[in-house]
Design a protein around this ligand. Structure first.
Ligand SMILES: *Cc1c(COP(=O)(O)O)cnc(C)c1O
Length: 351
């Protein structure tokens, strides 16, 4: 390429079928891709403008923007997978669109329609197609954001909003098992709060207990309900399931549990397998005699819990081959990557 200008060389690289990435080294961290999607909410028209694909890069914000000052913002997370035949599949993107709408309502923000959301996700993935890992070697993680970007000194909803979608290739986050520590002082969510939506303010308040648990060798914390401190809720970024006999239980998503799309999918798959699926309050005592415990989320999909430690008492669970978690993981990732038949119509082919 010696005689080509820098710009021509860059264009040549971008035409390559795959970006120059060591796919097998990918973890869950940002690898910058070429493009992002941006759409703004126009106050006068009362709707979102025609969005556009722009170069991925830093954005400019007024120091008094709603997102910076008062945390008026939401995020979403979903993945695009490459099939064996190179086709690209999204997994249940309308569910993320609906969840963003629900969250926007709670946070007093306008939200893109389901069509606008899905269209933005598609355009972002297609513009960054060369960053979608080869089949079986990871996925393109897509991060939609909705934020108050208008100036906003007074305590009130922002006057302008931005919907932005960016993406990053990520590896399979499923490796290894989880060792959870039950957190009985800090609560993730409170009734009437925002724990049931993907508010940008949900994670930083749990960094402290999470960091402390990690320093002790745990992978995550397991939160208890704020009202009674006696029922399990979820991890810092994942839902939890317990298996006993033919019954799979998960805490009911009634405001303090994030209604995970993986959670919902796992419940549907498990009942298809013949399990009785229950959404209910789960007292911490029930984890002591569970046969198997696993967590779910877009990043990890399904991951076995090897142990749970509560007030110094450690309980261990079955992990590895022939666990239900393994079977559910194989089934779900099979559907997501187009290897298994998608009987429930969860995937969306994009081109
Ligand atoms: C996003 C999230 C989950 C998982 O939701 P998925 O839709 O399955 O990715 C679980 N818990 C919390 C707190 C979350 O923010």
């Amino acid at each position: 390429m010696g005689s080509l200008s820098n710009q021509d060389q860059a264009e040549c690289r971008e035409k390559a079928e795959y970006a120059n990435v060591n796919w097998d080294e990918l973890g869950f961290s940002l690898t910058k891709t070429d493009y992002m999607y941006v759409m703004t909410f126009n106050q006068d028209e009362g709707k979102f403008s025609q969005g556009t694909i722009t170069r991925f890069g830093n954005i400019e914000l007024c120091p008094s923007s709603g997102i910076l000052n008062y945390g008026q913002g939401l995020f979403e997370g979903l993945k695009a997978y490459r099939k064996e035949d190179e086709g690209i599949l999204l997994f249940r993107p309308e569910e993320n669109a609906l969840r963003m709408k629900m969250g926007a309502d709670r946070m007093c923000m306008p939200s893109p329609t389901v069509e606008q959301f899905v269209d933005a996700v598609k355009k972002t993935v297609l513009a960054n197609k060369r960053w979608v890992p080869p089949n079986g070697r990871g996925s393109l993680y897509i991060r939609p954001l909705l934020m108050g970007t208008g100036q906003n000194l007074g305590v009130k909803p922002a006057s302008e909003y931005t919907f932005l979608v960016y993406a990053s290739p990520v590896g399979s986050y499923n490796k290894g098992e989880l060792n959870l520590m039950v957190e009985d002082k800090v609560h993730r969510a409170t009734p009437g709060g925002t724990g049931g939506i993907k508010a940008v303010t949900n994670y930083s308040p749990v960094y402290k207990p999470l960091t402390q648990a990690k320093a002790k060798g745990f992978s995550d914390v397991l939160f208890l309900d704020a009202l009674t401190g006696s029922n399990i809720e979820e991890g810092s970024a994942c839902n939890i399931f317990i298996l006993k006999g033919n019954v799979i239980s998960t805490p009911a998503a009634d405001g303090t549990i994030l209604p995970g799309i993986t959670r919902k999918s796992i419940m549907e798959l498990a009942s298809g397998f013949g399990y009785q699926v229950e959404e209910r309050a789960i007292p911490i005592e029930e984890v002591f005699d569970a046969e198997e415990i696993f967590c779910t989320g877009t990043a990890m999909v399904v991951k076995s819990v090897a142990s749970i430690t509560y007030r110094g008492k450690r309980t261990e669970y079955k992990v590895g081959a022939d666990t239900l978690a393994e079977e559910l993981h194989a089934t779900l990732t099979g559907i997501q990557t187009g290897v298994k038949e998608d009987k429930l119509g969860w995937t969306m082919a994009i081109h």
